[in-house]
Ligand binder design. Structure first.
Ligand SMILES: [Cu+2]
Length: 384
């Protein structure tokens, strides 16, 4: 290939990466297609699985059952751990966190919702504020090797930018959203994908690095990105966080166990051993025993639930009391969700009240994978 052609192609690729010169419009206003730019960092935080320190479902203090995985102690970490989370910032200086709107507070430990309509492009300016190399690997959307966020013998340079981003490093991921990344003919108007870190894949996910991507069909999203035929959206991640497999296990022992020197780590995977069992957190969006915000909606709204699971050996059975959902054009009130599952469930609640929303797998429910959702009265003619 002539040098000038190669140069021009390189320049074009650079412009595409920057979202310039391609007819794309930045942000959420103006014509399609659009490039949606997000500034996302990995931050290490002290995550509390149960900020109230009690079981919000029973309304009582933790007893012996909950304390298997919630109590701290001389040789226990307890319900607070150092974790790595994806957090959204306002710009590339990564100095100001973008406030999470009230309607999305339920996301908990999940990273920000990244949105696009089919035809758009998602562009993530990524910064690793963590102490280990991390990445962002997306499901479903289109990516070239420099935006895959995973390293293996794939014929590209072992130091391909973005495969792993060193502590303190940055990388821009560019993810076009073609037709095949959007709803198929029997899907609803929007579908959910995941993104997660894929350097030490298992450890990265158990450290907390996972978030949702929502893709709406061409021409179906409103001004805020939500599908026009939906009034309210929720993302519920049925996340088993195995602190034994986290990057931060040793740090957490040192920081949170009363007497770190007496902690006896169990063999990997031996979940019936007491220390390992104490570190298995069965959560919805990082919260156990109803400690997250109550998912709140109004009667009669068109509510879309996006359900996710993470990468451990998992089977979940999300179950709503009080109302039903439609999944893949079929009615149910229990969804089957397996490892890295991504399921859309539509609900039009007709039954006001506060209702249980839990994993129906017995051991998960007992270990805290339970929340509540609330259906308030319908909007009145006065709009109240
Ligand atoms: Cu479960």
């Amino acid at each position: 290939m002539p040098r000038t052609t190669k140069y021009l192609m390189g320049l074009a690729a650079a412009l595409v990466a920057l979202g310039l010169g391609t007819g794309f419009v930045q942000g959420r206003a103006g014509p399609r297609p659009r490039t949606h730019t997000y500034f996302v960092a990995v931050d290490e935080v002290a995550w509390d699985y149960a900020p109230s320190g009690m079981n919000q479902i029973t309304g009582k203090p933790f007893g012996p059952l909950e304390n298997i995985n919630m109590a701290g102690g001389p040789d226990r970490i307890g319900h607070v751990s150092i974790k790595a989370v994806y957090r959204e910032y306002t710009d590339a200086s990564f100095t100001t966190l973008k406030p999470r709107p009230a309607e999305w507070e339920h996301l908990g430990i999940l990273g920000p919702v990244l949105r696009a309509e089919v035809g758009d492009t998602i562009r993530v300016v990524f910064r690793n504020n963590g102490q280990y190399p991390y990445s962002m690997h997306p499901h479903g959307v289109f990516y070239t090797k420099s935006s895959e966020g995973a390293q293996y013998a794939d014929g590209t340079s072992p130091t391909e930018r973005g495969d792993q981003v060193a502590p303190g490093g940055t990388h821009t991921y560019v993810w076009p959203v073609p037709e095949r990344a959007g709803p198929a003919s029997h899907d609803a108007s929007s579908i959910v994908w995941m993104y997660h870190s894929h350097v030490a894949e298992d450890a990265d996910l158990n450290s907390g690095l996972v978030g949702p991507i929502i893709v709406t069909a061409r021409g179906t999203s409103g001004p805020d990105g939500r599908p026009k035929d939906v009034d309210r959206e929720f993302v519920a991640g049925f996340l088993e966080m195995d602190e034994n497999a986290s990057q931060y296990l040793d740090e957490n022992i040192k920081k949170y166990a009363g007497r770190p020197e007496i902690v006896k780590k169990d063999p990997p995977g031996a979940f019936f051993y007491p220390f390992n069992a104490s570190n298995l957190k069965e959560t919805i969006n990082g919260f156990t025993y109803g400690n997250g915000p109550v998912f709140t909606m109004r009667k009669g709204e068109r509510v879309r639930w996006y359900l996710l699971a993470d990468a451990n050996f998992q089977v979940h059975a999300p179950h709503w009391h009080g109302n039903t959902v439609v999944v893949q054009n079929m009615r149910t009130d229990v969804v089957s969700l397996t490892t890295m599952g991504m399921v859309v469930a539509d609900m039009v609640p007709d039954n006001p009240g506060t209702w249980l929303f839990h994993c129906h797998v017995g051991p998960h429910l007992l270990a805290g994978m339970v929340a509540r959702y609330a259906v308030t009265d319908a909007v009145t003619a006065k709009g109240e």
